[in-house]
Design a binder for this molecule. Structure first.
Ligand SMILES: *Cc1c(COP(=O)(O)O)cnc(C)c1O
Length: 468
């Protein structure tokens, strides 16, 4: 059995081994070749002075190639189990789509559609018309436009309405949203000139008023999504800002971040102002995300005055930031569900997860616990635990939603080690650690996650050594 790297057969010879020939029969040669080279590179890199870390025979070599091939052929983007309890988890893809949205998306993917054709006249149409009516109906806005995401919506609105002119923003609202979205940077890119007013904790009406010059194009209000200033604070409300805007003849724009179409206060989720309240307050341009509290696909939604949105429709950036047809299909189907609020709450996963009552979470948790215990290996202990979930997506950082959690323990395993092993499971499981305990929050778990969880638990018990 070869003990040194130089004793391993050369690539040409490896390709003639029966097991590898079988791989070649089923897959293109370059794909198999790449796997062979990867395995050889790895063996060479782990050899010390040419001596292999472990002797390897032909069968062992073929097994390595086979598993490398399987790894290389598996999709890079694949499902994971969200046990974090963060409902709008940006790194895990934010919102799950409602079944109706998935169906509409699949249909738009498989067939030609009337994306940009006016079927009545046969003339070229606008892709935006498929959601504009719904958005106006649901929010009370005069006009609506959709783009790739909210960052694009803000960029387009600033560029279209304030290029080369001043935009007045409170110092308390110059936010950074995760993933390098920073208001001063976006402002710079848009060509707008940032005019900061007030202080970090307090900004008054008079600050906005005294900032006005002939160069002022816009008052901009930004939702401080992912942080809160508490204590000695003062903020100018949208209504008040609209009042000075009218007085000075300056439009008011609000980047409201999450964007919610239903009032979640009855469900104990306080502090998120529904979009239509901003419209009612008279805000001239509103931007928000499609995949945060709205529960749709990644998109940026722009609502507001018809004349201002007409400017944005003509803007050359719109073409670069445009929404694609699959997103549009998913967004339209999601918005349609909101025409019946009860249906939206029942079928849009983000809303459903956010509003599930604790009693229901407990029942679901006990049910999952029973099923997992029945299939978990003996070395693993599962127990119920109280805790709380987060909205996520940068929204409502101070809101804790009481939840039901499942603590996972195994003999000789630290929480951190369980976390690592779960993330390496066939369908990776992402949970959280609190006070040295590894926890899975039932709020963000779904029925279809259970086999993956069983698998992860078995994987834990099967590992001969921790961290193996
Ligand atoms: C999330 C957020 C954004 C960015 O939205 P994306 O849809 O992620 O591009 C911009 N502004 C605010 C206030 C936000 O909360």
């Amino acid at each position: 059995m070869p003990k040194s790297y130089s004793q391993i057969p050369k690539v040409d010879r490896i390709l003639t081994l029966p097991a590898v020939e079988q791989m070649l029969a089923g897959q293109p040669k370059p794909v198999v070749l790449a796997a062979v080279r990867t395995v050889l590179d790895r063996l060479r890199a782990t050899a010390v002075h040419g001596r292999l870390a472990e002797p390897i025979d032909e069968a062992g070599l073929c097994a390595l190639i086979e598993s490398e091939l399987a790894r290389a052929n598996a999709p890079s983007l694949h499902p994971v189990v969200n046990g974090t309890g963060v409902v709008i988890h940006t790194n895990l893809g934010r919102s799950l789509l409602a079944p109706a949205a998935c169906r509409h998306l699949a249909e738009a993917a498989e067939r030609y559609t009337n994306l940009e054709i006016d079927l009545a006249t046969g003339e070229r149409g606008e892709r935006y018309c498929h959601v504009e009516g719904l958005l106006c109906e649901l929010t009370g806005a005069e006009a609506a436009l959709v783009v790739n995401n909210n960052a694009a919506a803000v960029l387009l609105a600033l560029s279209g309405l304030a290029f080369g002119r001043e935009v007045v923003v409170s110092r308390g609202e110059l936010v950074e949203i995760g993933g390098s979205f920073r208001i001063p940077d976006v402002m710079l890119q848009s060509g707008g000139i940032l005019r900061e007013v007030g202080t970090t904790n307090r900004t008054h009406l008079k600050d906005y008023r005294s900032a006005v010059t002939p160069e002022t194009a816009l008052f901009l209000k930004i939702h401080t999504s992912n942080f809160a200033v508490v204590g000695f604070t003062a903020e100018v409300s949208a209504e008040e800002l609209v009042a000075i805007g009218r007085e000075q003849g300056i439009p008011v724009m609000a980047d409201i971040g999450s964007g919610c179409l239903v009032d979640l206060a009855p469900f104990g989720i306080l502090g998120e102002i529904p979009i239509r309240d901003y419209v009612r307050a008279g805000v001239d341009v509103i931007t928000c995300s499609g995949d945060k509290m709205l529960g749709g696909p990644q998109a940026g939604i722009i609502l507001g005055r018809r004349d201002l949105l007409a400017e944005l429709r003509k803007h050359p950036l719109l073409r670069a930031l445009r929404i694609d047809k699959l997103t549009l299909a998913a967004l339209e189907a999601t918005l349609r569900l909101y025409r019946d609020e009860r249906q939206a709450l029942a079928e849009i996963p983000t809303l459903r997860m956010l509003t599930t009552p604790l009693a229901e979470l407990r029942a679901k948790g006990q049910r999952y616990l029973r099923r997992l215990r029945r299939q978990a290996p003996a070395a693993v202990r599962l127990s119920p635990e109280q805790g709380s979930s987060q909205v996520g997506g940068g929204a409502l950082p101070l809101v804790d939603l009481p939840s039901f959690l499942i603590a996972v323990e195994a003999d000789g395993w630290q929480a951190q080690e369980i976390d690592t092993a779960f993330r390496k499971s066939r369908v990776p499981v992402v949970g959280r650690i609190n006070r040295g305990r590894y926890l899975l929050d039932v709020r963000t778990l779904q029925e279809c996650d259970l086999p993956a969880l069983v698998d992860a638990l078995a994987h834990l018990a099967a590992l001969p050594f921790k961290n193996a």
